[in-house]
Ligand binder design. Sequence first.
Ligand code: FAD
Length: 396
Amino acid sequence: PADVLDADFYGFQRRLTEAEQISVAEIRDYLEREVRPGADDRWEATTSPRHLIPGFAELGLFGSGIPEVAHFENSAVYRGWIALEIARVDPSTATFIGVHSGLAMNAIAVGGSPEQKSEWLEPMARGELIGAFGLTEPLHGSDTAKGLETTATRRTNADGADEWVLNGAKRWIGNATFADVVVIWARDTADDQVKGFLVRQPATGFTATKIERKQSLRAVENADIVLEDVIVPESDRLQEIHGFRDVAIVLRLTRADVAWQAIGVAVGAYEAALAYAKTRVQFGKPIASFQLVQQKLADSLADITASIALCVRVSEMLDEDAQKDHHSAMAKAFATKKMREVVARSRELMGGNGIQLDHGAARFFADAEAVYTFEGTYDMNTLIVGRAITGIAAFV
Ligand code: FAD
């Protein structure tokens, strides 16, 4: 089994089964060998780690929460822990995997018919086919449930086949520039309900343009998508999605994983700052010997520890079939808020060197901003908890 990370102060990792901890050890080793060495360069060059896809698949990182394709029976805490481990080394890689495995594969696992699951899930788990998840639009982010404008119109074509015509636009869609299948969420013009469509690539009328000049998660490719009369056969509509309520099931599952990802971002920055504080000498002493520096380190470790405790429980609730939207929303809001504080303190502890990629905190500092915002902003997740507390939705 893997050693407990120093940042895992209470040793939560020991709650995993032995098989899970052996897997953590393998994954941690792979991340150190293959992912960490090029992470800053990929970030600067804005290239996603596509060459590592076969390695990720071999480690079982794709679809590990989907029993049909998981490499071994595992718990939600294990899967969260893996998100932490990946983000601790490279938040961009964690996001790439989160989009393919968490969002796209879960959309098919939750919303697909048996035929759709058997067509897509195995090749996606093997990394032979890559997925994207297109929900957000240029004019609708937090309010997609109500505001989503992309349309799907059902028709019978000249050959008598049942098909859909999609029109609209999507923004921020991860992996969409190179994905083999993009799940597009669109509103049925007949019943006004949101439905899901598997848009196979390439598709006539579908364009995905890489979003340039991002300053966060630079090694993930995000795209602006335009859909102009894109035709999708009825057999590629996700058969078990009947409205936004079903999309929310996918989001609830992935939101808790993003909370774990946020802890990983915090741990990555904290570890860099701690190492720096032990070696950086000012006033003739390592800065780690100053009380104010120790306070920052202790505050960060407490934030990380509290976030892990919260996330362990929210993942256990998933396995107990007791997890509700507001539970994962609280975990995402809390862990990302604490992450933002930890990365800022870590950057600060490194003085001027903290803003430069080479010293290990800057990438986490910048990446934290996107993690704070995607999969429901801090505000929206807080308001989901507020609705659970008061019974009043403050966001509509
Ligand atoms: P807005 O919704 O415009 O929000 C702007 C601000 O207003 C926020 O601070 C928000 O909290 C606040 N706000 C909005 N409404 C309220 C309210 N009622 N009360 C209080 N405050 C409010 N989407 C996908 O579909 N697929 C992806 O793969 C994907 N990947 C992403 C990757 C990155 C790097 C980023 C940055 C985003 C990604 N997204 C993706 C989109 C992401 O989910 C949205 O950015 C997010 O939901 C917020 O939407 P928005 O950016 O449109 O902000």
